[in-house]
Design a protein around this ligand. Sequence first.
Ligand SMILES: Nc1nc2c(ncn2[C@@H]2O[C@H](COP(=O)(O)OP(=O)(O)OP(=O)(O)O)[C@@H](O)[C@H]2O)c(=O)[nH]1
Ligand SMILES: [Mg+2]
Length: 195
Amino acid sequence: MIFQTARFINSCYDLAALPPDDGTEVIFLGRSNVGKSSLLNALCGRRLLARTSKTPGRTQCLNVFEISATVRLVDAPGYGFAKVPETVKKQWQSLVMRYCQTRESLRLIVLVMDIRHPLQPADREWLDLLGGSAVTLAIVMNKSDCLGRMQQRKSHDLVEKYCRDALMPVNLFRSSSRSGKGIDELRLFIQSQLD
Ligand SMILES: Nc1nc2c(ncn2[C@@H]2O[C@H](COP(=O)(O)OP(=O)(O)OP(=O)(O)O)[C@@H](O)[C@H]2O)c(=O)[nH]1
Ligand SMILES: [Mg+2]
């Protein structure tokens, strides 16, 4: 399981600070506080690899982790976080978007949502922008431990319909970085995209 060997490489505030653009990368993006960093930790089986916080806005740059000589995971700052100054918010969004649009080694975009609040306006904006890209997109509805089965199904169906209407492939997952539910399945999918 290569994810277990993950190690931190660098915190990048601009694209120039990223490692050389070869090999394969997976980025985790989404609204602030949905659990992107926690999900990355759960996938790697390590609690303290990426920094997490109860307060939105914890991850403030692209944090790069290496899971093998050629495969890296990138933890992104969240979008749609109201409490940082507008200029900072724009910088974060621009950094993540430029990364997605220009990074040659980017193979998979994992867009994380809170299953209790699917398809917020900012999610729709990002999905619209990323949906047309050539890179595979997976949507993960995290914090599934916070909802009962019926409510989970409702969120799932809503996002599934959105993808179908937008003619996007439906790579839709449910997870809980807290309980571990859905983590193995997501890891297998990510692995399948790396070969
Ligand atoms: N109940 C529950 N809480 C979770 C889950 N995943 C993360 N959290 C909590 O959500 C909060 C935010 O987690 P982070 O992993 O820091 O979220 P993030 O998306 O990386 O946030 P930013 O870096 O600020 O954008 C923390 O208090 C986590 O403990 C989950 O699956 N279930
Ligand atoms: Mg984070």
